[in-house]
Design a protein around this ligand. Structure first.
Ligand code: PEP
Ligand code: MN
Length: 345
């Protein structure tokens, strides 16, 4: 950490800063320039991170050298992490192809969709059983019945499953059925929930909050990592903007930006990012080209009957066509997709 003193800081103020640093068991290296004095602090930065040094008079700025998301950062782990979801790998050379409806609605709905997408190259099945809806009057999901349907359908088609958990009290229940927890955008900073899934032994798909900066996003991942769960996959799903043309603003630059800072895999969700089936293919391809470690897409065979997010769902045949194009981009980039596993039928 570097402490920059204000112009005209007095010797007494400088001495006081040095004493405060030394009292924390760290050493202070003073460097007096013509205009400014700086103090380099040597020692564990975590020790000093929460000390209000900037509040000392004469201090202009306190500049950390290491990022505050120390476990998520590349300093902690220079190589990209590979996260296993069931038998499917995400990260490093591996790209996850996650698809399925927004919500689990019935056995036949899940069966129809899973049969189609597993043939088209998806390898992880998604479906919400607990839906965090903006309106309390909207469909909230089938709950445990939905979890059972998702699990059975995933097993039938040899696809691991991912589903959202919205309440820390339901982590144990969801854990019984899922291969991966999803933390939704609305819960990215629900720190109790993050702590709870941090204690679970299953991977976590952490979606970016609608107004979260990349740093906020990585700090939320840090909550999960700090509890001992290292299997975190990030998901860029669009952030709030001023334009109503798309549901959110697809921040494709967040993919390489996160990769420059963190070893964690990051995937894209062009469905929630754009909310428009006509834009989803272009954004999915852009995400793949930008180096995303997974492409997450909502698919429904009858969008007009869907109980949530119907207007943004791709039809199975549209998904099939898009998946072919995604695979071509992945081939150019030398990336791999784990095939689906044994089917139970
Ligand atoms: C979802 O995946 O259906 C969902 C609600 O996503 P988000 O949290 O990104 O809005
Ligand atoms: Mn949805």
């Amino acid at each position: 950490m570097i402490i920059i003193l204000a112009p005209g800081a007095t010797d007494a103020q400088i001495q006081h800063v040095v004493e405060r640093v030394e009292a924390m068991g760290l050493s202070a290296h003073l460097s007096r320039g013509t205009y400014r004095t700086v103090i380099g602090v040597i020692g564990d930065e975590a020790e000093i991170a929460s000390a209000p040094l900037a509040a000392i008079s004469g201090v202009a700025q306190v500049v950390p050298v290491l990022p505050p998301y120390k476990l998520a950062s590349k300093d902690a782990h220079p190589q990209p992490s590979i996260v296993e979801v069931g038998h499917v790998k995400i990260g490093g050379p591996f790209v996850g192809m996650i698809a399925g409806p927004c919500a689990v609605e019935s056995e036949s709905q899940m069966d129809t969709i899973a049969a189609a997408i597993s043939r088209s190259g998806a390898n992880i099945l998604r479906g919400g059983a607990f839906k965090p809806r903006t309106s309390p009057y909207a469909f909230q999901g089938l709950g445990e019945d939905g979890l059972k349907i998702l699990r059975d359908t995933g097993d039938k088609y040899g696809m691991p499953v991912v589903t959202e958990v919205v309440d820390p009290r339901q982590v144990e229940l969801v854990d019984k059925y899922t291969d991966m927890f999803q933390i939704g955008a609305r819960n990215m900073q629900n720190f109790v929930l993050l702590t709870e899934v941090g204690q679970a032994r299953k991977p976590v798909l952490l979606k970016r909050g609608m107004s979260a900066t990349v740093k906020d996003f990585l700090m939320s991942a840090e909550y999960i990592l700090a509890r001992g769960n290292s299997r975190v996959v990030l998901c860029e799903r669009g952030i709030k903007g001023f334009d109503t043309e798309t549901r959110n603003v697809f921040d494709v630059a967040a993919i390489p930006a996160v990769k420059a800072l963190s070893h964690l895999p990051i995937i894209v969700d062009p469905s929630h990012a754009t909310g428009r089936p006509d834009l989803i293919p272009a954004c999915a391809l852009a995400g793949a080209a930008a180096g995303a470690d997974g492409i997450h897409i909502e698919v429904h065979h009858a969008p007009e009957e869907a109980m949530s997010d119907g207007p943004q769902a791709l039809l199975p045949e549209q998904y099939a066509q898009l998946a072919k194009q995604i695979y071509k981009i992945l081939e150019i980039l030398g990336r791999k997709v784990t095939p689906v596993g044994e089917s139970r039928d």
